[in-house]
Design a protein around this ligand. Sequence first.
Ligand SMILES: Nc1nc2c(ncn2[C@@H]2O[C@H](COP(=O)(O)OP(=O)(O)OP(=O)(O)O)[C@@H](O)[C@H]2O)c(=O)[nH]1
Length: 103
Amino acid sequence: LVYLVDAYDQERFAESKKELDALLSDESLATVPFLILGNKIDIPYAASEDELRFHLGLSNFTTGKGKVNLTDSNVRPLEVFMCSIVRKMGYGEGFKWLSQYIK
Ligand SMILES: Nc1nc2c(ncn2[C@@H]2O[C@H](COP(=O)(O)OP(=O)(O)OP(=O)(O)O)[C@@H](O)[C@H]2O)c(=O)[nH]1
C-alpha cells in the first residue's frame, strides 16, 4: 500500500492520520507492507521526515530503511520516505524499499 501525504498541508495532518489509522487497523490489510510518501518537499516549510512521522503517529512503528528481513517477525513493513513528485525525486527509493517485500 502506498500512502501519499502532502507534507506541506500541515492543517490536514490530523485527517491524514485518521485515514492512515483506519487502513492500519483494517484486518484485510494486516500483512500488507505500507510505504508512506511525504510529498511536496520542494516547498519551503514542508514538514521534515521526523515531523511527518510524529504527526502521523509513526515514530515507533517504522521498520527500517534498506534491506530489513521481517519474514519471520510477524511485523508489517512500514516506512516513511520524503519525496517531490514534481521534481521527480524521493519516491524511487521508497518503491525500491517496498519492492523487497513483494513476492
Ligand atoms: N510543489 C509541489 N506540488 C505538487 C507536487 N505533487 C503534486 N503537486 C501539486 O499539487 C496539486 C494537487 O495536489 P493536491 O491538491 O494535494 O491533490 P489531491 O491529493 O487530489 O487533493 P486532496 O484530495 O484535497 O488532498 C497539483 O497542483 C500538483 O501540481 C509536488 O511534489 N510539489
